[in-house]
Design a protein around this ligand. Structure first.
Ligand code: FAD
Ligand code: DHB
Length: 398
């Protein structure tokens, strides 16, 4: 396709990716009078149709309030002070987050709703947000940096002081860092999660994480009339392999009988499979480019850490950019990668630990199975172990 015209604009911070990370940073900076332009590859409807995170740690909820976007979350989100872990459908024991994480809690509020709130806030402030961009390219990251993108037949250029790569795992930002600079660490798990959303009453007032020989299951929710359920499935399965009936039958086998008996079932309104992966890219900065969120790191969803890890990146970047623009100090920017990675790796460790504790691995040696049993025993018999789980799940300090 040949380009017919081109435009050029200037901004302070160019943000690639209109998911929660990019939107949150744009909103926080805008409130501080720092100019941003945000570009997103998809349409707004598409971004809002993705069903992802459901559990927000208290630090993320705090950032939403700081961004003046917390009103609906505070009204409609549910505060959870604990969750359950069931084992083989035989035991169901509660993790008391409040007691073991010094009074902390998590907020159950869907990523879709949170993203909608951030879009509305951006609209209200009149911030620039350009959807459906194609061929995004990052240029001269160590000099006078700029972004280019195509929209329809037209090519556009944005000159910026800094570029934020908040474009998720498949985005272009991380790939713009030279191969000889970037180190990537990855662990692929041999299974995925099949998730469904249904207009049914959640089976339990608090989430149930279920370990079972048939595979892991999770009972979650979005509200008192909207449930979110997941089951562990082999990587070879597709959504088409699972009718709604087969899904309900299988999840009931993996949770305690009394929960299965009262589980409300109904047609799925969304059904998707997410493969499980751990991934970290280092460093998270190259010249004027700063990576944030899933663009730099991915966790398996078991510990509900993904979006929450993005939140700490945004917190550090936001403060570093304010320090730069308001106090003329580059210290925060220079320390960003090391500071962000220190917390990112802790979330990686916790997510890996919860995944290893609760999933059934193909061809799992008997020795490893016994270790899983003992880990579970230890967890519910040691206050120190329980505290470790609770403080990580509720969120380590930024
Ligand atoms: P994304 O949400 O991936 O946003 C990136 C955006 O960039 C996208 O909108 C994309 O379209 C856009 N983009 C990509 N390429 C380009 C380009 N070239 N140009 C412009 N734009 C581009 N986390 C939790 O904390 N708690 C949970 O309970 C939880 N549950 C989860 C359950 C599931 C099933 C899954 C899949 C994830 C879950 N997560 C959870 C993880 C969480 O959803 C992610 O960590 C979060 O979406 C990361 O936000 P982000 O903005 O960094 O990236
Ligand atoms: C949800 C997802 C998770 O990964 C998790 O650990 C808890 C809840 C959810 O989508 O509701």
């Amino acid at each position: 396709m040949t380009a017919t015209s081109s435009t050029s604009v200037k901004t302070q911070v160019g943000i690639v990716g209109g998911g929660p990370s990019g939107l949150m940073l744009a909103q926080l900076l805008h409130l501080q009078g720092i100019e941003t332009i945000l570009i997103e590859r998809q349409s707004r409807d598409y971004v809002l149709s993705r069903i992802r995170a459901g559990v927000l740690e208290h630090g993320f909820a705090g950032l939403m309030r700081e961004a003046r976007c917390g009103e609906r979350m505070d009204k409609e989100g549910e505060i959870h002070h604990g969750f359950f872990i069931s084992d083989q459908g035989m035991t169901k024991r509660r993790v008391d987050l409040h007691k073991y994480s010094d009074g902390n809690s998590v907020v159950v509020y869907g990523q879709t709703e949170l993203t909608r709130d951030l879009y509305e806030a951006r609209d209200k402030l009149g911030g620039t947000l350009i959807h459906n961009v194609e061929d995004v390219k990052l240029h001269d990251l160590k000099g006078a940096s700029f972004l280019t993108y195509r929209k329809g037949d037209d090519v556009h250029r944005i000159d910026c002081d800094f570029i934020i790569g908040a474009d998720g795992f498949h985005g272009v930002s991380r790939k713009s860092i030279p191969k000889e600079v970037l180190r990537e660490y990855e662990k692929i798990y041999p299974f995925g999660w099949l998730g469904i959303l249904s207009r049914t009453k959640p089976v339990s007032p608090e989430l149930i994480y279920a370990r079972h020989d048939r595979g892991f299951a999770l009972c979650s929710m979005r509200s008192q009339v909207l449930s979110r359920y997941y089951i562990q499935v082999p990587l070879t399965d597709t959504e088409e392999c699972w009718s709604d009936e087969a899904f309900w039958e299988e999840i009931k086998r993996r949770i305690p009988a009394e929960d299965a008996a009262r589980m409300e079932t109904g047609p799925s309104i969304e059904k998707s499979i997410a493969p499980l992966r751990s991934f970290v890219a280092e460093p998270m900065r190259y010249g004027n480019l700063f990576l944030a969120g899933d663009a730099a790191h991915i966790v398996p969803p078991t510990g509900a850490r993904g979006l929450n890890s993005a939140a700490s990146d945004i917190f550090y970047l936001y403060h570093a950019l304010i320090e730069h623009y308001k106090k003329g100090s580059r210290k925060g920017l220079d320390n960003y990668s090391a500071r962000a990675l220190a917390r990112v790796w802790k979330a990686q460790r916790f997510s890996w630990w919860m995944t290893m504790l609760l999933h059934t691995f193909p061809d799992m040696p008997g020795y490893d199975r016994r270790l899983q049993d003992i880990e579970m025993d230890y967890l519910f018999s040691s206050e120190a172990a329980m505290r470790s789980l609770a403080e990580n799940y509720a969120g380590l300090p930024f």
